[in-house]
Ligand binder design. Structure first.
Ligand code: SIN
Length: 504
């Protein structure tokens, strides 16, 4: 049986060693730290050097069934809690997250590879969802309706939907959990969190803080699964009639599979899927501002972000100025390396398949005549998974990279002359998560914002995510919204109540 090692010592670059009390190596089910029933484990790697950080339980469908039973039984009592009680619980969880921010950031950097600065920013961002939903939980109100008959009273009640399954990705191991779990718990649901096999440690650290915050057993469960078991565990979460809602962040192809599997139980589903964001720089724009936005938007998490700028379109008259300034900022501002070292701004990609894909796309484009302005290669001196920040122009439709979501530090930059033409190109993909454009022309801002087929738009801004905003996409980028006052809707049932025959 696995033991949890609360005080595992890890090397810290700034001092010598430091203890990480939130580093867990067991799963969390029904308020207990448990191994898998098979006693099998899988290794979690640090993408910087592929070193094993620890082993975690490889949960199977048997373990998942136990987690569902636990969440279902906890729901019977948790659904009766008041909004204020849930608000207090979330606030307590949030306070512990704030208190342990630095340790959470270190764990995140270890398993994901992003720099400590980026991890700190994600922890702050992720924490803000729990704070937000601790406030929102007290504002989930029903409605009193105008009845068509005098002797009736009509109302709408909002009730928690039940057990929610939350399947989260490796690129934001903290924020994607808090954005979903904060909303689910605010609504009065219990949940089963299935983090990515690449980054289960942040999820377990959050479960530890939930335990310390006093969450009743079964309200939050975290099951860790290897890639081998991921599909069957996901299928059970989709098909179990005891799970009433499924929220997933990840790729569009996997989202489509889950969508189909959820049909058998007509489950409530929210999907936050692939992006392929256009980033447009119009003639009347401030190029310096656009370069700053492009740096943040393209290279956040080394380009592994659903809302990353993926297709740049620059007006012909601004093209050369933008490329020159963008290249200058890349060489000045980006320092790749081991994310746990001070001064490093960007880490490696998450796994070798990701680096292989990025390298293949770039090589194919260059072979077919694309112009390489910088990068274009692995940085093997830094580690096995590093790829240099890359700029490509003269990309056309014969190249595989054209119009493809890259999920790496590669900027593909096209030219354009005309507003209608660029909007048509921006809308030419089947997905529509985020879009960005830079313009100082007010009429153009409203015109283009109205026409872009995306769920979120940054105008003269490259970083737009926050707890207050409604995060989500249109077309094949997904269903539902996270964050904002809309984030709880996916975890609520609406019940209409008609009280008749009232005697006056
Ligand atoms: C994502 O890449 O899926 C999330 C990014 C964000 O929340 O800003």
């Amino acid at each position: 049986m696995l033991s949890s090692f609360r005080l595992l010592l890890l090397r810290n670059p700034s001092s010598s060693y430091r203890s990480l009390s939130l580093l867990k190596n067991q799963a969390y089910v029904d308020g207990k730290w448990v191994p898998s029933t098979s006693c099998e484990t899988f290794a979690v790697h640090n993408p910087v050097d592929n070193a094993i950080i620890t082993q975690v339980p490889d949960m199977t469908i048997e373990d998942t069934a136990l987690a569902i039973t636990s969440a279902k039984s906890a729901f019977h009592s948790f659904r009766k809690t008041t909004a204020k009680e849930r608000s207090d619980l979330l606030r307590c969880w949030y306070n512990l997250m704030v208190q342990h921010s630095e340790e959470l950031a270190e764990i995140l950097t270890k398993e994901n590879g992003k720099s400590l600065a980026e991890s700190r920013a994600e922890i702050k961002y992720g924490n803000s969802f729990v704070e937000w939903f601790s406030e929102e939980s007290r504002r989930i109100n029903g409605e009193i309706l105008q009845a068509p008959l005098r002797n009736r009273k009509l109302m709408i009640l909002k009730q928690p939907i039940g057990v929610a399954a939350l399947i989260t990705p490796w690129n934001f191991p903290h924020a994607m959990i808090t954005r979903k779990a904060g909303a689910a718990i605010a609504a009065g649901c219990t949940c089963i969190i299935k983090p990515s096999e690449d980054t289960p440690l942040t999820a377990l650290a959050l479960a530890k803080l939930a335990e310390d915050a006093g969450f009743p057993a079964g309200v939050i469960n975290v099951i860790t699964t290897s890639l081998k078991n991921s599909a069957t565990v996901g299928k059970l979460l989709c098909e179990s009639p005891d799970v009433r809602a499924l929220s997933f962040t990840g790729s569009t192809p996997v989202g489509k599979i889950l969508y189909e599997q959820c049909a058998s139980t007509v489950k409530r589903i929210s999907l936050e899927l692939g992006g392929n964001a256009p980033f447009i720089i119009f003639e009347k724009s401030n190029v310096d501002l656009a370069v700053t936005g492009a740096m943040a938007c393209k290279f956040r998490n080394t380009g592994q972000t659903c809302v990353s700028a993926n297709r740049f379109y620059v007006h012909n008259k601004k093209f050369d100025e933008f490329i020159d300034k963008f290249m200058e900022r890349i060489s000045k501002d980006i320092k790749m390396g081991d994310g746990s070292r001070e001064g490093v701004t960007h880490g490696p990609l998450i796994k070798s398949s990701q680096v292989d894909t990025v390298e293949k796309l770039v090589n194919d484009a260059v072979k077919k005549g694309a112009k390489l302005h910088c990068g274009g290669k692995r940085l093997e001196d830094l580690g096995p998974l590093f790829f240099a920040p890359t700029i490509l122009t003269d990309v056309d439709e014969t190249m595989e990279i054209c119009g493809k979501e890259i999920f790496g530090p590669v900027a593909v930059i096209h030219r354009f002359d005309d507003e209608d033409e660029v909007v048509r190109m921006a809308n030419s993909v089947p997905v529509g998560l985020a879009g960005y454009f830079y313009s100082e022309d007010l009429s153009q801002i409203f015109r283009v914002a109205g026409k872009l087929e995306v769920g979120m738009i940054g105008v003269n801004e490259g970083l737009i995510s926050c707890a207050e905003a409604a995060f989500g996409g249109v077309k094949e980028s997904g269903i539902g919204r996270e964050g904002s006052s809309h984030g709880v809707e996916d975890f609520l049932d609406i019940k209409y109540l008609c009280i008749g025959n009232i005697q006056y």
